[in-house]
Design a protein around this ligand. Structure first.
Ligand code: URA
Length: 210
């Protein structure tokens, strides 16, 4: 078991996050830092995976050596910003299955509406890690977890870069069984739903759009 909320306060993570927050960081710098930080966060979100052992031979002797032995992994990215975190995590677990969820916000009801959902088969047998850099209102991540559970996922973790207290509360209320791993818990959401102090629009910053 990992805790319900983990804030990864490792010096390298905090250093890279500070550089990403700076408004003059270029798209290339932002992207590079996001990839680097996602490797470090992937390390944390995969903590406690089930292990087994394998008999191997080193140059000196035989030994029973630990290897991953439990459930297989699946990663689910919330489009489009989730893909920035996804790339780094996939580098560490290249055999993971990958799914995508696309959601847009209905401006009248402010609720997320699904426009794309492609999830791997057999989620009931896998540890499934949902990735999205910004846990703001929590509406998208709650909706994505709803879709994943409807497709059979039972063992889910959520990985983000920044979280707002409002989003954490919403996720923990809707899906108390889903542990959250983040690099920082920021102060609040502003009236436009942006995390403060935050880093702005993660998708725009990583893709150079606006
Ligand atoms: N999405 C973002 O990209 N940034 C925020 O601050 C909130 C949601």
């Amino acid at each position: 078991m990992i805790p319900q909320l983990t804030v990864v306060d490792h010096p390298l993570v905090q250093h890279k996050l500070t550089l990403m927050r700076e408004k003059h960081a270029s798209t290339a710098t932002f992207r590079r830092l996001l990839r680097e930080i996602s490797l470090l966060l992937a390390y944390e979100v995969t903590r406690g995976l089930e292990m087994t052992t394998k008999r191997i031979e080193t140059p000196l002797c035989e030994m029973e050596a630990p290897i991953l032995g439990g459930k297989k992994l699946a990663l689910v990215s919330i489009l489009r910003a989730g893909n920035g975190l996804l790339d780094g995590v996939l580098e560490l677990v290249p055999s993971a299955r990958v799914g995508f969820v696309g959601l847009y916000r209905d401006e009248a009801t402010l609720t997320p509406v699904e426009y794309y959902c492609k999830l791997p088969q057999g989620l009931e047998e896998r540890l499934t890690i949902l990735v999205d850099p910004m846990l703001a209102t929590g509406n998208s991540s709650v909706a994505a977890v709803d879709l994943m559970k409807a497709k059979g996922a039972r063992d889910i973790r959520f990985l983000c870069l920044l979280a707002a207290p409002e989003g954490v509360a919403r996720m923990q209320e809707a899906h108390p069984d889903v542990p959250i791993v983040t690099a920082a818990l920021d102060d609040h959401l502003n009236e436009h739903g942006y995390i403060v102090p935050g880093l702005g629009d993660a998708g725009d910053r990583m893709f150079g759009t606006k």
